[in-house]
Design a protein around this ligand. Structure first.
Ligand code: ADP
Ligand code: MG
Ligand code: MG
Length: 254
């Protein structure tokens, strides 16, 4: 079974000619089939964790290790991470001008599976998955992320997730900017992937709202660059009632 292991991860960024440590020793293990929620106040470093796992050049790993099935993720290029089975949906996904959704998906699937999916089967798979996500078929011909609304970006993320079937998926603020209907559709997609038992999910979120639709196996509270507390789904209920105040030093979050 695939396992993502993050050990004592430290990450810095360069800002105002200074090196700032954002992640201060993150420890986390995500296994295939498990759903983990990372929750925390704004500015606590949640997206930094996602970017560091994605290999974003702005985020320097200054200590610790990340492995997927024992393989050193930090040594891998962005493409290699995807091929190894890591899926990273970013809070601010990039535009890919001139590349249609349908081409992008097929190219990604080819890279990850090591061979091009059989065309007829693939077209059917894409069509059915888009239908389940209540997506207009014309969406497949649009350029990736170009002029996508917030909801379209999130549906596109979940479409990728369902079609690419990674070992571990990291979803950063997949719930932000979604109305209740879109949130339900997106959550159903995540739950379908989860029910396959083949994907480990790391759901990063500020709000407890999405956790009404996706019940995590584990909840981790993120504060000041590390995990401050871990528990089961009941921890999310506690956060919903009490907020993050207890975890934020000095009371004010960024
Ligand atoms: P969260 O996702 O929990 O809101 P972030 O990871 O976005 O937190 O940010 C954590 C801290 O790191 C913030 O103080 C933010 O300003 C800082 N930070 C994140 N990325 C950068 C960057 N590229 N350059 C400078 N500072 C950054
Ligand atoms: Mg932020
Ligand atoms: Mg963030």
């Amino acid at each position: 079974m695939a396992t993502l292991e993050i050990r004592d991860l430290h990450v810095t960024v360069e800002a105002d000619n200074a090196t700032k440590e954002i992640l201060k020793g993150v420890d986390l293990t995500v296994k295939q089939g498990e759903t983990h929620a990372i929750m925390g106040p704004n500015g606590s470093g949640k997206s930094t964790l996602a970017y560091a796992l994605a290999g974003h050049p702005k985020y320097t790993v200054s200590g610790g290790t990340v492995t997927l099935d024992g393989e050193d993720v930090l040594e891998m290029s962005v493409d290699e991470r995807a091929r190894a089975g890591l899926f990273l949906a970013m809070q601010y996904p990039v535009e890919v001008p001139g590349v249609s959704v349908s081409n992008f998906l097929r190219t990604s699937a080819t890279a990850i599976r090591g061979e091009a999916p059989k065309l007829r089967h693939w077209v059917k798979e894409v069509k059915e998955t888009m239908e389940r996500l209540h997506m207009d078929p014309a969406f497949a011909e649009r350029n990736v992320n170009e002029g996508f609304s917030g909801g379209e970006k999130k549906r596109h993320e979940i479409l990728q997730l369902e079609l690419l079937k990674p070992k571990v998926a990291i979803l950063d603020e997949t719930d932000s900017g979604l109305d209740v209907d879109a949130l339900r559709v997106v959550s159903e997609g995540v739950n379908r992937v989860r029910e396959s038992g083949e994907v480990g999910t790391l759901l990063i979120t500020h709000y407890t709202r999405i956790l009404r639709y996706i019940k995590p196996d584990y909840v981790h509270v993120f504060a000041d660059g590390r995990i401050a507390e871990s528990g089961g789904a009941e921890l999310a209920d506690k956060l919903e009632n009490e907020g993050y105040e207890a975890y934020v030093k000095g009371g004010a979050s960024a």
